[in-house]
Write a protein that binds this ligand. Sequence first.
Ligand code: FMN
Length: 327
Amino acid sequence: MKIADIEFPDRAVFLAPMEDVTDIAFRLMCKRFGADMVCTEFVSSDALIRDVKRTREKIIVSEGERPVSIQIYGSNPQAMADAAQICEEADPDIIDINFGCPVKRVAGKGAGSGMLKTPDKMLEITGKVVKSVKKPVTVKTRLGWDDDSKIIVRLAEQLQDCGIAALTVHGRTRAQMYTGQADWTLIGEIKNNPRMRIPIIGNGDIDSAQSAKQRFDETGVDAVMIGRASVGRPWIFGEVKHFLETGKEAPNESFLWYLDVLKQQVLQSVERLDERRGILHIRRHLAATPLFKGIPDFKPTRIAMLRANTVAELFEVMDGVGLRNKK
Ligand SMILES: Cc1cc2nc3c(=O)[nH]c(=O)nc-3n(C[C@H](O)[C@H](O)[C@H](O)COP(=O)(O)O)c2cc1C
């Protein structure tokens, strides 16, 4: 499978962009476990143009994570084209446009999934961004604004006509936010539309090697993208790749092996930010990880882990869990 000139394995598995999650350390970690492409958090085109320091930092990419895309959002066509040029200087492999974010502060202003209400403007922005840069441009969006306006099948053709190199579709409408179940039916319809030539990437609710394979089998998509299931579980990429390649479940690692991955994430987070902010940042991963599921009477330990304020305190709790569950 190829996106523009970039080669990917068949049935590629990508890390989904996630605000406050897919920072450089997490992207490298997912890459290490086998993610075939990673993406930055979305960045505001307006903030990029205003040269906001924290936004500029988010578009820094490293050699070790290639291929990597930088994702931008916004509602002003010229600002989006200018922001794409700023991103191009940061030298990603791909520039991705976010037309999927459902949160009010974004969609309410007509950006992100708000664009599903104004498809003409979405196409104008896409065409302008494609023309403003040399790097391949991709789009990530949803099925439509709501149940009565699932416009994605025709929209996919129109986006392709704007010159994008690949399309990612999250199988929900904006109205659904993150509720209900992702519906992959229309994703399959896009993939099987004989007029579509660009790679189609499916996204929504993949949480295991089996569900990834099922989606590939059902829809024939070129790649799948995994978001929430990777939080606290970056090793999911290895599990999915192993299953796709061999048809067998990846052998389990020891409890301490998984725990060590999480501890590495803590250290990287603290190194990148500082001790206080790094620990705050990593709590989301510790709260979400499946590693501690099923441990009897875990609640007090969990509370202690999420209350720890220093690395020493946190590791004391984590090492205690490790000692009790060594296997
Ligand atoms: C915390 C969080 C942050 C997200 N941030 C972004 C983002 O910056 N850009 C984007 O395109 N999608 C974003 N998403 C959506 C995900 O990329 C993905 O489309 C969605 O979570 C569905 O996939 P999943 O079921 O595998 O999580 C975010 C989702 C979550 C949960």
